[in-house]
Ligand binder design. Sequence first.
Ligand SMILES: [Zn+2]
Length: 413
Amino acid sequence: MLKRLQPVWCLISLLILLFPSAGQQPDPRAEVLSLRYHQHPEFFRIVLEIEKIREFYSAELKDPERLYLDIFQARLKSGLHGTSYQINSPGVKIMRLAQKNPSTVRLTIELVPGAKQSEKIYYLKNPNRLVVDVYARPGPEKSAPRPPASSSSSGSRPSGSETAARDSSPQPPSPSASGYSLVRQLGLGVKRIVLDPGHGGTDPGCISPSGLKEKDVALDLARRLKTMLETQGKFEVFLTRETDLSLPLEKRTAFANQKGADLFISIHLNASPRKNRTGVETFYLNFSPDPAVNELAARENASSTKNIREMKLIVDKIIKNSKYEESRDLAEKIHSSLLQHLKHNFGPRDDLGVKGGPFWVLIGSEMPAVLVEASHLSNAKEEAALKTETYREAVAAGLFRGIMEYVKSLGKG
Ligand SMILES: [Zn+2]
């Protein structure tokens, strides 16, 4: 079902777009300071010096064959936007730097058609550098005139103001087969948290037999959790909606990205045709072979206008990204904390597990993102409990402890 944008929300979005640095918040974007490159005997190396480590993702495009790298929460130093570099290397033809949108920097690497064998992309510290090594396929015409390792840069000067310089960075750490977590490796902490109360406005979410609406309970839980987190004195916490407001799923993560949030937690309540089903179920973004998970995702996705094919294209890219591992980690911490807390205070309930699921609301987030189905409105006992202050406070406390455990696990708590 198509959702109308609320005028108030439109106004807020517009203000954020027009005045990204309005208000007291410091600019969360890291400055990309320079680009250097060098042809090594085995690979072509590109080094972006960046003020702070930021998440990125990369993908390949055809016609012309190219590799691009999007760095999130980043801005280009003045003069670098639109800079292009003509390269004479076995694998790389041209590089371009651009501010793709206010919060994303894009490096485009146009490749010699059919020449690229592989690439490695990784961070190095002191100073912070994002490094791209492009390995060309060995071929008689490509391997013959390689410059010696000790030569100066083989690159021409860029058309912009930056000078190309030889980079002698050490070899990268090898990522494990399952990928590695940037957040963990680089010791990034958590400062801003966006809580997303599910549904709202014309979308009530699920409704209990006695008329309790998911959108209302979710908002109340999010407010309680916000208070608990703020009491810690070290987090800034934002809600995607403060009132009973219709809000498209895509807008929710966009809001978190604009806020430069470090975590995104979408709060929901479950409903099942099996009335005796209770407990907690927590999700991170992925595809699932489980029909029950897909059924739930379809319900939670009901207000989106996009189709599942579009989603597959996006998810395929995202699961290559480090956010996937961090999101699973965050989901596990939140899940076990909430479940244990509820069991301890209110007796046994089902552990429905931590799962991957295709939820639109988790797509596009530039930070670890999870969706938690905190209890069941379809179960008489949990529904009755959800009407009480004590139980709602306990759910919020369970979520709070899970978030704190995750923060501590980063070594920054
Ligand atoms: Zn929901």
